[in-house]
Write a protein that binds this ligand. Structure first.
Ligand SMILES: Nc1nc2c(ncn2[C@@H]2O[C@H](COP(=O)(O)OP(=O)(O)OP(=O)(O)O)[C@@H](O)[C@H]2O)c(=O)[nH]1
Ligand SMILES: [Zn+2]
Length: 202
């Protein structure tokens, strides 16, 4: 088994296997706890459905970034590559409700021009989004994985999300957006960073 990699202060991989039966039982218990009857007709299939939904939403716990950043080419392209507006659906680890928005992922390839397929950047976002998360860690993990695997000269990751835990409950401020960024390598230089930010925010 691969050694766990610690990123953003949390173990990245591996995690225990998804336990379907346990998840179903837990949903059934939760329905009882909130005052529902899990044996009424409309709820009979709900524990199994919720189990499958959680399995999908947390599938990233069982994936490594290396599994998705598979295709790398040496194109000799050594200027910035930026994929904007990658849809993000993640789950707040504090309340287990969704947060949703977009990620912008850019990097300056290594001097020998090692790049990856554009879709792989979106797949990488999903590996980390499909876990119980906080937005800061999601942002950092994407940046660190790119640095480790592509060995680029620099990386910038900006994530903009609305957190349902702030919209539908608690402070109830729908529309508030949280922006987080992680910048590594040459993209920390003021001029390069501001060029990237102007491309991202326009
Ligand atoms: N930094 C950060 N905080 C988050 C994220 N998602 C949710 N939170 C916050 O986590 C905090 C948890 O605060 P607690 O006081 O422990 O929980 P709570 O009583 O439910 O807090 P309220 O949401 O203020 O009602 C809240 O302020 C949330 O807004 C995230 O991705 N990053
Ligand atoms: Zn939350």
């Amino acid at each position: 088994m691969t050694d766990p990699v610690t990123l953003g202060g949390e173990s990245d991989f591996p995690h225990a296997d998804f336990d379907e039966k346990r998840a179903e039982n837990a949903v059934r218990e939760l329905l009882i706890a909130v005052g529902e009857d899990p044996d009424r007709e409309g709820l009979l299939e709900t524990p199994a459905r919720v189990m499958r939904a959680y399995k999908e939403m947390f599938a990233g716990l069982h994936q490594r970034p290396e599994d998705v950043l598979t295709t790398t080419f040496d194109l000799g392209h050594d200027e910035m590559v930026l994929v904007k507006d990658i849809e993000v659906f993640s789950t707040c680890e504090h309340h287990l409700v969704p947060f949703h928005g977009v990620a912008h992922v850019g990097y300056i390839p290594s001097t020998d021009g090692k790049i990856t397929g554009l879709s792989k950047l979106a797949r990488l976002v999903d590996v980390y989004a499909r876990r119980p998360q906080v937005q800061e860690r999601l942002t950092t993990q994407i940046a660190e994985a790119l640095m480790r695997i592509l060995e680029p000269r620099g990386v910038i990751v900006v994530v903009e999300c609305e957190h349902m835990c702030m919209s539908m409950r608690g402070i109830r401020k729908p529309g508030a957006k949280t922006l987080t960024s992680a910048v590594r390598g040459q993209l920390r230089d003021a001029a390069t960073r501001s060029e990237a930010m102007s491309l991202i925010l326009r």
